[in-house]
Design a protein around this ligand. Sequence first.
Ligand code: SAM
Ligand code: SF4
Length: 462
Amino acid sequence: MIYINEEKINNLLFAARNADSARLDAILEKSRALKRLTLEESAILLAVDEPQYLARIFEAASFVKDAIYGRRVVLFAPLYISNLCVNNCLYCGFKSDNLLIRRKALTVSEINSQTEWLLKRGHKRILMVCGEAAPGGKSNIDYYIEAVKAIYAAQAGSNKIKRVNVNCAPLAVDEFKRLKASGIGTYQVFQETYHDGTYRRMHPKGPKSDPDNRIDSVDRAFSAGIDDIGIGALYGLYDYRFETLGLLSHVEHMEQKLGVGPHTISVPRIEPAPGAEVSFNIPHKISDEEFKKVVAVLRLSVPYTGIIMSTRESPEMRDTLLSLGVSQISAESSTSPGGYTGEENKKAGGQFSLGDHRSLDEIVGTLIRHDYIPSFCAACYRMERTGESFMKLAKPGTIKGKCSMNALITLKEYIDDFASGPVKTAGCAMISRYFKQLEPSEQDKLKSLFAHVAGGVRDEYV
Ligand code: SAM
Ligand code: SF4
């Protein structure tokens, strides 16, 4: 696979087993200074298994998470627009030879009504997801653009979707340009596995069978002007240590060639998908403890990058991972096109089963209880703090002041429009607690924005 040196990764993993505790101490000290770790240092952390050393890695990860991101956690909902797919990824419920699911591609008006449903629950950020195929003879890119427009056009009262991120199949540069022009935020594409042999076995058919075309799509998206890019690996296909160093090698490639690293890293674990054999016989199942280590090592290795956790994970696991480095979570998801409304759609066409079935309001309430500020913010994108200019703020941790203020503004909007009684009470208490910690000039700014929100204005930010 281009950009990934397997021999180097294997050598680093082999050598890492001999590192002593003094080396580990030095690495943890470096990471507490918010410095990027090398592949070699990350390999040493990944080799740690003793509980007392793992606890120190977890502590350092929590420290770095707080230093860069503060207490805010960004919330979003996936919107699956279609489960049609020409590929046959062995782990996925949408694989082309799966006859157990009902195939469906949403029309523009269905996309609009699904989005309205999400808006009425309080969502402001959407991750649009789909298989690699379009309905009715349309080209993929035409369908994606139509869908993005339909999502932005939806409205519920004065609430609209602030940011559409997209997780779709790789495109050509001119298609990426059109996708960018439609107003998307981050483009996400997961390499699934960075191990070439495993990649080829897991993707036997269709355009996705070429690993080089897939990994290169990040560079193509960037050259088309999309500078917020999300990468990821699907944990369970190959050894987790290898995959993590693969992800980090990809980060290094991006930094060296594109000048910026990924905006986000996703770490999905394989979940059961009826009709997809590999999802029930996971070749390299990763335990909860190993998974926590992966998140912590990523947080320490690439402190400036957001880490995304989906509702594939259970509520308990998601709450734990928040303290170890996760900065964005999905809420109240359905992986079935049309699944937010109508029982039949909910059951029939899902990609995989979910581990967290809580409502958005319950998740917001739990976050507040654990002293995390739920955020529906999309300010960076509006203020053109993307790509390199975002990294300049994220690397030293200066973004967190803005993040906290924007999180409080969007929490106030959520409280005024959607929150249940108990969440309203807890949310108001959180806002006044955090308000008191701000500088007087920030308090003045926030006071006037809160007054706008109270007067019905939406989508305020700093
Ligand atoms: N079809 C496009 C692609 O493959 O890039 C984009 C969307 S695909 C629906 C989104 C992601 O779902 C995949 O990249 C893969 O990592 C993940 N996925 C597939 N099957 C899964 C499963 N059984 N459990 C958890 N995640 C899965
Ligand atoms: Fe299609 Fe993506 Fe599922 Fe593969 S992972 S079968 S490309 S939807």
